[in-house]
Ligand binder design. Structure first.
Ligand code: ZN
Length: 257
């Protein structure tokens, strides 16, 4: 089974569902650690590029390292849907301390809101992936980039080395240049930003980006409390059979109690 999909940036191509041989990719711990799993899955299931959208892949059909995170994630969702259908079931614990019931939830992946890359963002991406913003408190201009597959692979290392300074590490990672600040002064400048400026930047990164919104509101069937959850996309997302096994195990544990 194969489908033509158009990613949020306009990148268009033909995908197919996963085959048994792709379980090797999902089971490979080394690949999971290096963050190469998603690249391998995309490479295996993306059959042909029909429109490169805002990208320039040179002579290659596609280079997933150069593709925006939003597009990559959208393509993975579609590959999952092409493999098992677009229904996705998961379970999370109720946030209400007094309840803690297991909330079973099911949704149609096609219903998740998708934000396309705007015309202005497309232009900035094509012109070297360089976006401009002016910090409200510091009054300085900064230039930043949208994250691609290659950046995604560097993120685990950035997080590991960040210690308790994760926010400034992530901001500095995405910022290319700050007006009137030497490159080696970047990290110190970011550490010194007001939290309002930092918050503004995070919003700005998000505002100009494209992708799938994966925050959904769910309601507990026991206590009727509602909560926002970020869709869990673990290994079960691509191998739902494991989730099925876990559910059965849970049920048999219940019977024993
Ligand atoms: Zn509850």
């Amino acid at each position: 089974m194969s489908d033509i999909i158009t990613c949020p940036s306009g990148l268009t191509g033909r995908i197919r569902g996963m085959k048994v041989r792709e379980e090797r990719i999902l089971a490979d711990r080394k690949l999971a650690k290096s963050g190469g799993q998603m690249d391998e899955l995309l490479a295996a299931c993306w059959q042909q590029t029909q429109d490169v959208g805002p990208y320039d892949f040179g002579k290659s059909d596609i280079d997933w390292g150069a593709v925006l995170q939003g597009d990559r994630f959208y393509a993975l969702l579609q590959i999952r849907a092409a493999t098992y259908g677009s229904d996705y079931a998961f379970a999370v614990p109720c946030e209400n301390e007094a309840c803690r019931a297991r909330i079973e939830w099911e949704l149609d992946l096609r219903d998740l809101p998708v934000r396309s890359l705007s015309k202005a963002s497309r232009t900035a991406l094509v012109n070297g992936n360089r976006f401009e913003a002016t910090l409200p408190d510091a009054g300085k201009r900064v230039w930043f980039q949208l994250l691609t597959g290659a950046d995604e692979r560097k993120l685990p290392k950035v997080r590991r080395h960040a210690g308790d300074r994760l926010l400034s590490a992530l901001l500095a990672f995405q910022i290319l240049e700050i007006e009137g600040v030497e490159p080696r002064g970047k990290r110190a400048f970011v550490e010194d930003l007001t939290l309002r400026d930092a918050d503004f930047l995070v919003d700005e990164f998000d505002r100009v980006d494209c992708g799938v919104d994966t925050t959904i509101e769910i309601e507990c069937a026991e206590c009727f409390a509602t909560q926002d959850v970020n869709l869990p996309f673990g290994r079960n997302f691509f191998l739902p059979g494991k989730e099925r096994t876990a559910r059965r195990r849970d049920r048999s544990n219940c019977f024993r109690e």
